[in-house]
Design a protein around this ligand. Structure first.
Ligand SMILES: *Cc1c(COP(=O)(O)O)cnc(C)c1O
Length: 323
């Protein structure tokens, strides 16, 4: 039996920051005078829509892959994802010269499959209605000696994701509150580690789709709650459960939770396009949607929002704004 790796700490975030620095973008921290005026709150945005491959997931994937032993590098990595994690692993593997196998549903958007292949990833298709991707991933790992990198429940993935908030606090200073999109909790737990270390009085909130608030329920119940896949436009947060590592950190270091409906996400998406001229994918809008909803309570405060990604097909973007 392998020993379970230790729960990640802020030291791991600092290590990750040093490892990813030559490869990841230090994304901009932006503000909007008009958004501040409308909300009566000073909002600083960490713009991971400008990260390599268009989302923060590059940070965690690159950090985890850069820790491979020479044998692990030779054998290769496997990941299962239909979304940003697939592209993050494929790009990181390409940069590090590691062969990557990505398990994707055969009906995944053609653009995502193409992007993953363009980064040199070998795509293995499965049927999402009859097959279990985790099982396929584990079988490939066992047969071919590949190392499986999960999208969030991994100490080095969490540590990598925490580097976005680390950069935000270094640039913006102390904040009263930080709002973070929540799927499986890699981004939220990493952000909480950085907040604790760099701005200890900052309240940290996870923002989930209204259709599936498993984070809030898990912490209230004191154990990981599994829900049905939530129906929401926030496809990066259609997660059924937190992981063991992410739950541990979230339960200890996160102040609370908030939810956003699809309609609220579209309003935030429109604000980003209108006031900041940026394209943000629906999941990336969770933080601003919460701040809009809580504006009365946050009046006069200084709050951070992590914009987690910008990967949305422009036709879909247009039709969401038109709806
Ligand atoms: C994966 C993802 C999330 C959720 O991150 P977790 O670490 O799973 O909580 C949020 N936004 C975007 C754009 C993502 O790709």
């Amino acid at each position: 039996m392998h020993q379970m790796p230790q729960s990640p700490t802020y030291d791991d975030v600092q290590g990750a920051a040093a490892r990813i620095a030559p490869y990841a973008h230090r994304t901009p921290v932006l503000r909007s005078r008009l958004i501040d005026e409308r909300l009566g709150t000073q909002v600083v945005f960490k713009c991971e829509n400008f990260q390599r491959m268009g989302a923060f997931k590059f940070r965690g994937a690159f950090n985890a892959l850069s820790r491979f032993t020479p044998e692990q590098r030779r054998a290769g990595v496997v990941a299962y994802s239909s979304g940003n994690h697939a592209q993050a692993v494929a790009l990181s593997a390409q940069l590090l010269g590691i062969p990557a196998t990505i398990v994707m549903p055969h009906d995944a958007p053609a653009a995502k499959v193409a992007a993953t292949k363009a980064y040199g990833g070998q795509v293995v298709a499965y049927d999402r209605y009859t097959e279990d991707r985790e099982e396929i991933g584990r079988a490939l790992a066992a047969e071919r000696g590949l190392t499986l990198i999960p999208p969030y429940d991994h100490p080095q993935v969490i540590a990598g994701q925490g580097t976005a908030a680390k950069e935000l606090f270094e640039e913006a200073g102390d904040l009263d509150a930080l709002f973070v999109p929540l799927g499986g909790g890699g981004l939220l737990s990493g952000s909480a580690l950085s907040a604790k270390a760099l701005s200890p009085n900052c309240e940290v909130y996870g923002v989930e789709p209204e259709a599936g608030a498993k984070g809030e329920r898990s912490v209230r119940q004191g154990s990981v709650v599994r829900i049905d896949t939530p129906k929401t436009i926030a496809d990066g947060a259609q997660t059924q459960a937190l992981g063991a590592y992410t739950f541990d950190v979230i339960r200890r270091d996160v102040t609370g939770f908030h939810t956003a409906s699809d309609a609220e996400l579209v309003k935030a998406m429109r604000d980003f396009a209108t006031f900041m001229k940026i394209v943000v994918e629906p999941t990336g809008c969770l933080g601003l949607a919460a701040v809009r909803d809580l504006a009365g309570r946050l009046r006069g405060q200084r709050v951070g929002v992590i914009i987690s990604g910008g990967n949305v097909d422009l036709d879909r973007f247009a039709s969401l704004l038109a709806s």
